[in-house]
Design a protein around this ligand. Sequence first.
Ligand SMILES: Cc1cc2nc3c(=O)[nH]c(=O)nc-3n(C[C@H](O)[C@H](O)[C@H](O)COP(=O)(O)OP(=O)(O)OC[C@H]3O[C@@H](n4cnc5c(N)ncnc54)[C@H](O)[C@@H]3O)c2cc1C
Length: 381
Amino acid sequence: MATAGLVNPFMPNQLDGKPFDSGIFQEWCDRMGEMGGLAKDGRTFCQETAKLAAEKLCLDAGVKLLYHVQLDRPLMDGRRIDCVTMLGKSGLTGHRARAYVDATGDADLAARAGCTFELGRAEDGLTQPMTTCFDLAGVDIERMPDRETINRLYDRAREEGRLKCPRHNVLLFRSVEDDRIHFNTTRIIGHDATDTLSLSEAEIEGRRQVLDYVEFLRRDVAGFESARLHAVAVTIGVRESRRVRGHAYLTRADFENATKFPDGICRVNYEIDIHSPTGGGSEHAQLPPGEWYEIPYGCLVPLDCDNLLVAGRPISVDHAVHSSMRVMPPACTVGQACGTAAAMALRQKCTPAEVEGREVRRSLIEQGVWLVETHEGIEAS
Ligand SMILES: Cc1cc2nc3c(=O)[nH]c(=O)nc-3n(C[C@H](O)[C@H](O)[C@H](O)COP(=O)(O)OP(=O)(O)OC[C@H]3O[C@@H](n4cnc5c(N)ncnc54)[C@H](O)[C@@H]3O)c2cc1C
């Protein structure tokens, strides 16, 4: 999402200025900084640099990358994935591993391996809306009105039928360049990211809304008269789809109680942030100041498959917790925990479910992830 989805900036997941995601996520940011692609705030970045920095990190670590491939399906041996087939320029190819990490965002591998999952919110299965992000360049930022004025103009354009978008206001951010504004503001509701036709229709609707926005901004908003469409995300942004049921499951109550776990592998204090699945508004809920909750290792380990781990946003949490942990910094730390656990499973000749979650936590601490301070009754290292 940070590259092809044009999603920017990294949402804050930190305490008193100290980031929780101080492992590989931080290494990635540092690389971007060295390449001149990270703003002073440490959160706004250039997506082109993000690509180059991510690839360099992988290559330097000896990762063999395969581009232009899509998962076809796993071939199962009981509760184990024996091998996966991928579709790419060479046609179908098979890839065998002892442990697999599903980092597809939508849990495509887990779903095709027969894992139980939830989709959307409990009451009706609806997910958070999708958004096609875009950037405008050539903006005279000095002349831009404040957000309230932009929102008033936006309401008027919607009332006059010139802009069709269910979102209640305009969500925009400064970018790494002085004359560029980033928009995370189109809103596509009622679509399912795991359905090819529905996803295609959402892409088309997202681009239609981008055109409406560009016309509105150029016509109505000071500073945008000569703005150019700098980039439209290559892929629509999907906030939410499947969440795979695992050996642990976090709920809104865990968020509210700031629950910690002996096998917590990631700390999060980013808010509950649910863009309405049906319309305009958003729901927000914050933790008390100075607090965070932890994601236990069991949320990454599917109940129904023995040699699979789930990384990023589709882990075993409810709709509310998902809306908090899905932002990019903790999503990266969850991925780091999966890679760590997969390596431990190989070394210990066991399944990811048999790996001791406290050991994963300990290894992450050694790798620099901020999980060290103790809590009542909880072992840190
Ligand atoms: C519109 C939008 C705005 C957001 N705003 C912010 C924000 O401002 N700040 C923030 O921190 N977070 C934001 N988020 C949340 C964040 O971007 C995502 O939740 C996060 O990127 C999820 O990480 P992930 O690794 O799980 O999935 P993704 O980042 O989606 O990565 C999944 C990867 O898997 C690949 N893939 C998918 N399916 C297959 C397949 N079948 N075969 C092969 N490869 C596949 C994809 O190409 C992609 O490279 C936003 C999300 C959206 C959609």
